[in-house]
Write a protein that binds this ligand. Structure first.
Ligand code: GDP
Ligand code: IMO
Ligand code: MG
Length: 425
C-alpha cells in the first residue's frame, strides 16, 4: 500500500507543482482531489515552463497515469484547452488521463455569479480567481449541481440545465440587473465538450482502489493550501473546498486507512493572493524585493502575490491538521541575498502569547508576530546538490524551521527547475 498525499501548508503557491513533478519519477498515478482551475501549478523542465490548472502535474512524466478526482470542479473548456496545449508540447493524454464521473461541472453561470458576488461585496470581496469555483461548490452542496456523468448523457444534461438556468435567471434578475442566460446555448456548447471527453469520464474510484490493491504508488495532488481550506483556513477568505489532507479521501474515493504518508510543501517564506489577514506580511519595500526575486505573481491570474516572513505558527498548524510526516521546503534560493531573515515563532494577542492559530478572523487580524532574526547566508544556493552543499546559515535556517513546525525536512528546492531539488536522507 503506497498512497501519499501532498498538501500546501500556507495560502497556496508553495511550489506544489514542482514537488509533484519531482516525486512522480517514482509514482504510477497522480490524482487531483479538490479545487479547480483556480489552481496554477508550475513545472519547469529545462527551458520549458508548464502551468497546469486542472490536469495533475504528473502528466509531464511519460507513463504516469493522471486522474481528476470527484472532489474537483471541472471547467470542460479549460480542460480541453489544457489538453490541446499539452499536445502542442508533444504530451499525449490519451489513455493516461481520466476524470471522475461524479466531479462537478463549472458552468457559465458559476463564473457569472462569482463575478457578481465579488462585485456586490465591495471592500469585503474575497479576491477570488473569478473562475466560478465557489458557486459551483455551492450548487454541489445545495444538491443542484451538474456532474461529469450528466455531461455525457444529452437528455439528462438538457433537463438539468433547463431547470437550473430557470432558477438562476430568476435569481440574477432579482438580485442583479443582468441579462438572462440562455439554456439552449449552454446545452449545445457543453454537450460538444462532453462528446470529446466521453472516453475519459469514468468511475475512477474503482481504478484507484484496484491500483491500491496492486500496491501501485499513488500521489494525491492537493491544490491551494491549508489556510485556504474551507474548514480550517482563514474563513471566509478561503476557497470553497477541502484542501487539507482529509480532502484526499473524500475527493478521490480512497479510504483513510490506505494513506501512508503526507508531504507538506512549505515555502521558506510565505505568500498570499487575494484578500484576508496575513500576520507576517512585509512592508512595501521588502515585499517587492521578495516578489521580484521569487517571481511572486499568480500563475492563474497574474496578480502580484503579497509576501511575508515564514510563519511557524501556521507551519505548526498545518503539520498538525494534515498529519504531515515529511516537509518539502521550497524557494530557499529566493532568500540568498538577504542580510537578515525573520521567522515568526509565535503570536501576541492583547499582550499575551497565543499557543495556537486562532480560528476567529478578528483575533488573527490583531495578532502581532513575534520574530526570531537569522543572519542571511549571502551565498548562491541554486547550484547546491545536497544538504551538505548549503551554506552553514542556510542549513541552520532550515533546521530551525523544521524544529519549529515539528516535522522532518525531506526535500529542499533551490530553484524552479526539476533538477534544482535534493532529498535529505
Ligand atoms: P503551486 O501552486 O504550489 O504549484 O506553486 P506555483 O506554481 O503557483 O508557484 C510557485 C512558483 O515558484 C512557480 O513559478 C515555480 O516555478 C517556482 N518555484 C518552485 N520551486 C522553486 C524554488 O525552489 N526556487 C525558485 N526560485 N522558484 C521555485
Ligand atoms: P494553487 O493550487 C493561491 C485564492 C484566491 C482567493 C481565494 C478564493 O496554485 O496554490 P477562489 O477562486 O478559489 O474562490 O478564490 O483563494 N486561491 C489561491 N491562492 N493559490 C491557489 O492555488 C489558489 N486558488 C485559490 O486568490 O484569495
Ligand atoms: Mg499556484
Amino acid at each position: 500500500m503506497s498512497v501519499t498525499v501532498l498538501v500546501g501548508t500556507q495560502w497556496g503557491d508553495e511550489g506544489k507543482g514542482k514537488i509533484i513533478d519531482v516525486l512522480t519519477e517514482k509514482v504510477d498515478i497522480v490524482v487531483r482531489y479538490q479545487g479547480g482551475n483556480n489552481a496554477g501549478h508550475t513545472v519547469e523542465i529545462g527551458d520549458k515552463k508548464h502551468i497546469l490548472h486542472l490536469i495533475p502535474s504528473g502528466i509531464l512524466r511519460a507513463g504516469v497515469m493522471c486522474v481528476i478526482g470527484n472532489g474537483v470542479v471541472v471547467d470542460p473548456a479549460v480542460l480541453l484547452a489544457e489538453i490541446a496545449n499539452l499536445k502542442k508540447n508533444n504530451i499525449e493524454v490519451k489513455n493516461r488521463l481520466f476524470i471522475s464521473d461524479t466531479a462537478h461541472v463549472i458552468l457559465p453561470y458559476h463564473r457569472l455569479l462569482d463575478k457578481l458576488e465579488e462585485g456586490l461585496k465591495g471592500v469585503k470581496k474575497i479576491g477570488t480567481t473569478g473562475r466560478g469555483i465557489g458557486p459551483c461548490y455551492v450548487d454541489k452542496y445545495a444538491r443542484k449541481g451538474i456532474r461529469m456523468a450528466d455531461l455525457i448523457s444529452p437528455d439528462i444534461f438538457g433537463t438539468k440545465i433547463k431547470e437550473r438556468v430557470a432558477e438562476i435567471n430568476s435569481l440574477v434578475s432579482m438580485r442583479y440587473s443582468q441579462d438572462r442566460i440562455d439554456a439552449g446555448e449552454i446545452i449545445s456548447e457543453y454537450l460538444k465538450y462532453g462528446a470529446v471527453l466521453k472516453d475519459m469520464i469514468k468511475p475512477v474510484y474503482i481504478m484507484l482502489n484496484d491500483a491500491v490493491s496492486q500496491n501501485k504508488k499513488i500521489l494525491c495532488e492537493g491544490a491551494q493550501g491549508t489556510l485556504l481550506d474551507v474548514d480550517h483556513g482563514t474563513y471566509p477568505y478561503v476557497t470553497s473546498s477541502s484542501a487539507t489532507a482529509g480532502g484526499a479521501c473524500t475527493g478521490t474515493g480512497i479510504g483513510p486507512s490506505k494513506i501512508k504518508s503526507v508531504v507538506g510543501v512549505m515555502k521558506t517564506y510565505i505568500t498570499r493572493v487575494g484578500e484576508g489577514p496575513f500576520p507576517t506580511e512585509l512592508d512595501e519595500h521588502m515585499g517587492e524585493v521578495i516578489r521580484k526575486k521569487g517571481g511572486e505573481f499568480g500563475a492563474t491570474t497574474g496578480r502580484p502575490r503579497r509576501c511575508g516572513w515564514f510563519d511557524a505558527v501556521i507551519g505548526r498548524y498545518a503539520v498538525r491538521l494534515n498529519a504531515i510526516d515529511k516537509i518539502a521546503f521550497t524557494k530557499l534560493d529566493v532568500l540568498d541575498e538577504l542580510e537578515e531573515i525573520k521567522v515568526c515563532t509565535s503570536y501576541k494577542y492583547k499582550g499575551k502569547k497565543l499557543a495556537d492559530f486562532p480560528a476567529v478572523l478578528e483575533i488573527l487580524e490583531q495578532c502581532e508576530p513575534v520574530y526570531e532574526t537569522f543572519a542571511g547566508w549571502k551565498t548562491k544556493t541554486s547550484d547546491c546538490k545536497k544538504f551538505r552543499d548549503l551554506p552553514g546559515q542556510a542549513k541552520k535556517y532550515l533546521k530551525k524551521l523544521s524544529e519549529l513546525v515539528g516535522s522532518r525536512a525531506w526535500i529542499v528546492s533551490v530553484g524552479a527547475d526539476r533538477a534544482q531539488t535534493f532529498f535529505i536522507d
